[in-house]
Ligand binder design. Structure first.
Ligand SMILES: Nc1ncnc2c1ncn2[C@@H]1O[C@H](COP(=O)(O)OP(=O)(O)OP(=O)(O)O)[C@@H](O)[C@H]1O
Ligand SMILES: Nc1ncnc2c1ncn2[C@@H]1O[C@H](COP(=O)(O)OP(=O)(O)OP(=O)(O)O)[C@@H](O)[C@H]1O
Lengths: 218, 218
């Protein structure tokens, strides 16, 4: 069973604890705030309140023996996040994921040894924007080098048309990976099936192609 | 051209401003912090510093004429976020997206009229967890009702095998939407093509299926 150490139980850290627990990972949840630790104890194998910049206490949590250490301390305690990350590296943690509050903080975290650095607010804002710009785009996320996968409500102009007629890959550079129709998910849509009102398309495409499509057909 | 009003230029709000600008949306960026407003002026059509709970100033920004209003004020000013959202609703904004700092804040924002409420940190933590639990899962995001789309490095056991042999839909309940091979993205993988080391699979599946697959083949 995998073991994770998660430090910092704000919205991001707590959500990581809960989700890792759901995935069968054994989690030790840490925060200097005892109330947040108490809340986490429902989902974490162990939940302990201590200052994660205190070397003795952090050492007892055995970072070296964890498959994964997450420093989820946020923008209200940047020095703590930097010091905690540095200590985890010093203690031989094999995989340290650190949260950055901005690009400068990110540079520092990488320099002092975080293996992965993330900025949840910034990433979410980028992904969320296509949905904001085009209401029919329910969600869009980045994949691979320059791809996106999008969930798109069928444009009115496509109702009753077939995939063969629409020639989406050739004409628009997009591929339909799946169609959600009512309760069902059709994972290999047939070329001669007419698309139906209410269909939701799961589209794989190069970055920006779906936005272009929506500009034309929204 | 679509018009957006974005209030609150922290990491999330600023990222929304930049991304909307990239998508060709006209943005007015607002923050009480003049320095953040100055930074946003590079990406926003208009960038103005004022207190978004001041009814007169907010009224001048014309929420009613915007396709979209985003209240991106964070957890450090919850009352401001609530008041600003309420004012936008009162002024007839057609589509208000409000950011919540926790579930209680979310309930309040919905009650006072936000059309959509989001919690970026919490959502990111949920999505990020599968990547944390299984290193071969580079990314996984939710789609539709209970689907996920995942980016997965090919498990060693599948190298040299063909999709026909592996019978992934039948045996594991997953569908390969695309394969990234080197620089290329193969969007309709052929059933008799052997999979190659280094391949990255884009997988469509019901929630939890990819995690099950990784438990078996990681
Ligand atoms: N030295 C420390 N040791 C342990 N926990 C800490 C330390 N410093 C801060 N924390 C905890 O990290 C958590 C998250 O940090 P912070 O409050 O900066 O971000 P947040 O904005 O509340 O988080 P989120 O955006 O995820 O909701 C808090 O619960 C805080 O108590
Ligand atoms: N009344 C207000 N009017 C306008 N802007 C405001 C008001 N109150 C707060 N803000 C701005 O909202 C922005 C984001 O809010 P806050 O500082 O609470 O969150 P944050 O944690 O910095 O944001 P993020 O997590 O997105 O980085 C800040 O730039 C702040 O100046």
């Amino acid at each position: 069973k995998k073991q994770a150490l998660v430090i910092g139980l704000g919205q991001f850290g707590m959500s990581v604890v809960r989700s890792l627990d759901d995935l069968g990972v054994e989690v030790m949840a840490v925060d200097s705030n005892a109330e947040r630790v108490r809340y986490a104890s429902e989902f974490a194998e162990e939940a302990v309140a201590f200052d994660a910049t205190d070397e003795a206490s952090l050492g007892k949590a055995g970072p070296k023996n964890r498959d994964l250490c997450v420093c989820a301390i946020g923008d209200e305690a940047r020095e703590a996040s930097i010091l905690c990350t540095a200590l985890l590296r010093q203690m031989g943690a094999a995989r340290i994921i650190a949260r950055a509050a901005d690009p400068l903080h990110e540079r520092i975290l990488r320099l002092i040894g975080a293996h992965e650095v993330i900025n949840p607010e910034r990433a979410f804002g980028e992904w969320f924007a296509t949905h904001l710009a085009f209401r029919n785009v329910r969600a869009e996320y980045p994949f691979g080098r320059a791809m996106t996968v999008s969930e798109v409500a069928l444009p009115a102009a496509f109702v009753g048309r077939t995939l063969a007629e629409l020639a989406l890959p050739r004409k628009h550079g997009i591929t339909i990976a799946a169609i959600q129709r009512g309760e069902d998910t059709v994972v290999t849509p047939r070329p001669d099936d007419p698309l139906e009102e209410g269909d939701v398309l799961i589209i794989v495409a190069l970055k920006g192609r779906v936005a272009k499509l929506m500009e034309r057909y929204e």
